[in-house]
Design a protein around this ligand. Structure first.
Ligand SMILES: Cc1cc2nc3c(=O)[nH]c(=O)nc-3n(C[C@H](O)[C@H](O)[C@H](O)COP(=O)(O)OP(=O)(O)OC[C@H]3O[C@@H](n4cnc5c(N)ncnc54)[C@H](O)[C@@H]3O)c2cc1C
Length: 263
């Protein structure tokens, strides 16, 4: 297999759109990089041309087209605060595309929580038959369910399952409840479950998929410092024994390869 191509480049912010709930859509110029990216892969990004903060931050690719890279970024700390307050035209450092992709399969069942929606949106956009996919997308409130118009343009309405913890949009509760009902109601279907979101959500999705005899892939969300296997900050416990780097072996893993009880 060819070694994965990685590029470090200085990009420029083309557009920043606030989406509410602390989320922002960022569009960067990333010539060469954007065209090579696949669903599930991520980039390491740092705002501006200074060394503050020293380390870049990892972000899943929401969409990549031509020379443009799209990210969905939630401001949680200093690195994301700087990124989500950048002015248009400002410089960034971008490294990528990095990591493993989700396997493309018809009839896949997508399970998203929070910014975990980003790589699954890329997946649906790149899919040759998005109408065969189902999306289970959960958040705390309606305000945290993002880009619904874009999802509605991609998947049939009946394939969109929105869930909020406070019941402000869609079903009230956790996203794993309708996922479990759906898999039980469709025992003959074989599409994989692809999950990205908080670790407890992915752990539950993996258990539900296993009980339904469906393959399951998860995109792990471990804080990482380098993004290419040097710092060992993002290791996850492996079923085969020991630990694996989620930046180089993942972030997308077969859920059966993760030792969930040790997380
Ligand atoms: C493969 C991958 C893909 C990601 N994709 C996205 C994305 O598409 N959009 C997005 O908004 N964020 C994404 N993240 C998370 C993002 O990298 C962190 O939110 C970011 O690094 C925080 O940097 P900061 O300087 O703002 O916060 P810091 O000051 O570094 O940390 C602020 C708080 O966030 C916590 N934190 C930092 N990183 C993580 C993490 N990975 N998981 C859980 N808690 C964390 C810290 O412990 C601390 O409590 C992704 C992470 C990974 C590993």
């Amino acid at each position: 297999m060819m070694p994965q191509m990685k590029k470090i480049l200085k990009g420029n912010l083309l557009r920043r759109t606030g989406l509410g709930g602390g989320y922002h859509l960022l569009e960067f110029t990333a010539p060469g990089l954007a065209g090579e990216a696949g669903p599930g892969q991520f980039v390491m990004v740092r705002a501006g041309s200074t060394h503050h903060p020293l380390l870049s931050r990892p972000f899943s690719i929401l969409w990549a087209e031509g020379d443009t890279l799209h990210l969905l970024v939630k401001a949680v700390g200093e690195g994301t605060r700087l990124l989500t307050t950048m002015g248009e035209g400002e410089a960034t450092l971008v490294l990528g595309p990095l990591g493993a992709e989700f396997p493309l399969a018809d009839g896949a069942v997508l399970v998203a929580g929070g910014y975990g929606m980003a790589p699954l949106y890329f997946y649906a956009r790149r899919h040759r038959c998005p109408a065969s996919l189902h999306l289970f997308y959960g958040a705390r409130t309606a305000q945290h369910l993002l880009l619904l118009d874009r999802w509605r343009a991609l998947l049939p309405e009946a394939h969109l399952h929105f869930v909020t913890e406070d019941g402000s949009l869609g079903e009230k509760g956790l996203v794993t409840a309708p996922l479990e009902r759906f898999l039980k109601a469709n025992p003959a279907a074989a599409g994989p479950v692809l999950a990205c979101g908080p670790t407890p959500m992915m752990k539950a999705s993996a258990a539900i998929a296993r009980a339904a005899d469906r393959p399951c892939y998860v995109s792990m969300d471990e804080p990482m410092a380098c993004g290419f296997g040097i710092c060992l900050g993002c290791v996850v416990p492996a079923t085969a024994g020991g630990y694996v780097c989620s930046c180089t072996k993942g972030p997308v893993f077969d859920a059966a390869a993760i030792r969930w009880e040790a997380l």
